[in-house]
Design a binder for this molecule. Structure first.
Ligand SMILES: NC(=O)c1ccc[n+]([C@@H]2O[C@H](COP(=O)([O-])OP(=O)(O)OC[C@H]3O[C@@H](n4cnc5c(N)ncnc54)[C@H](OP(=O)(O)O)[C@@H]3O)[C@@H](O)[C@H]2O)c1
Length: 216
């Protein structure tokens, strides 16, 4: 007899636009979601299909509760405009620590194509834009680089997803992805495609210990 227990994904950032796309597709694919959501935010109208844990990304107990019974973890957090909240590295550190305690090994974390120094993956114009971002938002920029460093050194089965500009377009299934893909200033990809890629990676990992760039 097969295992009837549904695959369970612990989701951090499920109230965001990509997070919602992940939830929509997970529910269609019979993947159970356990999502941490802060006061005043919502994970959409999936009563009964999505398990909500109310709490903050700085609350280790709420994070541990989110991970209970999870098979894998998706992190899609990021600052909202006006881009002043510096929280991604600390939150990610707490999530990774809790994963190790719970014996969960698979983590897929989304950052962005402009984060960090990736000479082979960033066109010269994108590099210039990334430098401008670093100058304009140094604390946010350092926080995201540190978030990636924590993922890379976690000892877990990690994948970093690094999309360029995100759109709310439909799922196209025609996007390109790879650790050798070069993203340009005009590159974009839909959140629906990023969500599909994320769920493929948690169900059937193909990019363990890789930073994967995407473009539509
Ligand atoms: N926008 C782009 O074009 C772009 C391009 C490349 C990469 N990215 C990255 O891709 C990821 C997803 O982007 P998105 O635009 O889909 O996300 P989004 O809609 O901006 O959602 C961000 C998520 O992070 C949470 N969050 C924001 N500030 C927080 C705080 N201070 N404390 C706790 N949680 C907080 C939000 O929770 P609440 O709902 O509670 O606020 C939400 O769940 C992010 O890492 C983003 O940086 C974005």
């Amino acid at each position: 007899m097969g295992d009837a227990r549904p695959f369970t994904l612990a989701l951090f950032g499920g109230s965001g636009a990509t997070g919602r796309a992940i939830i929509d597709q997970a529910v269609q694919g019979r993947i159970r979601i356990r999502g941490l959501v802060r006061e005043g935010s919502s994970l959409g109208g999936y009563d009964g299909e999505v398990i909500r844990i109310k709490g903050s990304l700085s609350d280790a107990q709420a994070i541990a509760q989110t991970l209970e019974g999870a098979d894998a973890v998706s992190i899609v957090i990021g600052p909202r405009p006006p881009y002043r909240d510096v929280f991604c590295a600390t939150a990610t550190g707490l999530i990774l620590e809790a994963m190790r305690r719970h014996g969960i090994t698979r983590v897929v974390c989304q950052t962005g194509a402009m984060i960090g120094d990736y000479p082979a993956n960033q066109s010269s114009l994108l590099k210039r834009m990334a430098k401008l971002f670093q100058r304009q938002r140094p604390a946010i920029s350092r926080d995201r680089v540190e978030q990636e460093r924590l993922i890379r050194t976690s000892g877990l089965e990690w994948t970093l997803i690094k999309p360029p500009r995100l759109t709310n377009g439909p799922r196209s299934k025609r996007f390109k992805s790879g650790d050798d893909l070069k993203a340009g200033l005009l590159s974009s990809v839909s959140r629906a495609d990023v969500a599909a890629f994320t769920l493929d990676e948690v169900l059937s990992p193909r990019h363990i210990r890789e930073a994967v760039f995407m473009a539509g």
